[in-house]
Design a protein around this ligand. Structure first.
Ligand SMILES: [Zn+2]
Length: 145
C-alpha cells in the first residue's frame, strides 16, 4: 500500500513506529508502470511522520549502447518526512514546514508514498543504462563490397 492512513500514529506518542510492507504498482512518468516492493518504517516525530525504507523497483529503458529495451532494476533508499496540514486532535491548520518541497499528509490523514517513490525512481534511473555489463553495442555490418 502506498497510501497509508496515519490517523492513529498522529494521535499516538512521539517515537511510535510502524513497519509496513509495500507491494504496489504505480505509473512512472515516461516509463510506464513500475512495481515497487519492500518495507518502510514510519516513525512519529514531534512534528511529522518520518518514512524510511528500502524499496525495489524497476523500469523499462533503452540500452545506451544497443538501444534494445531492457528492464533496469532500481533500489530506492527512501527517507522523507511527511507533515500533517492540520492538527489531528483539534483540526486547526498547522503552519507549513520550512521545507519548500516537503511532502504533506492530507486532510484525511492519508500519507501517500507514491509521489516519493516516483521521484526516487526517476532520480535513480542511470543516465546511460546498459542491457548487460558487456553489451557490445549496435552490431555494425562491416561487410565490404
Ligand atoms: Zn545493450
Amino acid at each position: 500500500m502506498l497510501q497509508i492512513n496515519v490517523a492513529q500514529m498522529l494521535k499516538g506518542a512521539i517515537g511510535a513506529e510502524r513497519v509496513l510492507a509495500v507491494d504496489d504498482t504505480l505509473e512512472i512518468t515516461g516509463y510506464g508502470l513500475s512495481h515497487a516492493t519492500g518495507t518502510v518504517k514510519l516513525t512519529r516525530t514531534n512534528r511529522s511522520v518520518l518514512v524510511q525504507g528500502e524499496l525495489h523497483t524497476g523500469v523499462e529503458v533503452s540500452c545506451a549502447r544497443c538501444l534494445e529495451l531492457c528492464s533496469c532494476p532500481l533500489k530506492l533508499n527512501i527517507e522523507e518526512e511527511y507533515f500533517p496540514i492540520t492538527n489531528v486532535n483539534s483540526g486547526v491548520p498547522l503552519p507549513s514546514p520550512d521545507e519548500v518541497d516537503a511532502f504533506m499528509i492530507d486532510e484525511h490523514l492519508i500519507l501517500d508514498l507514491s509521489e516519493a517513490v516516483r521521484q526516487y525512481t526517476l532520480l535513480s534511473i542511470p543516465m546511460k543504462p546498459l542491457c548487460r555489463v558487456n553489451c557490445p553495442g549496435i552490431s555494425v555490418n562491416t561487410k565490404t563490397t
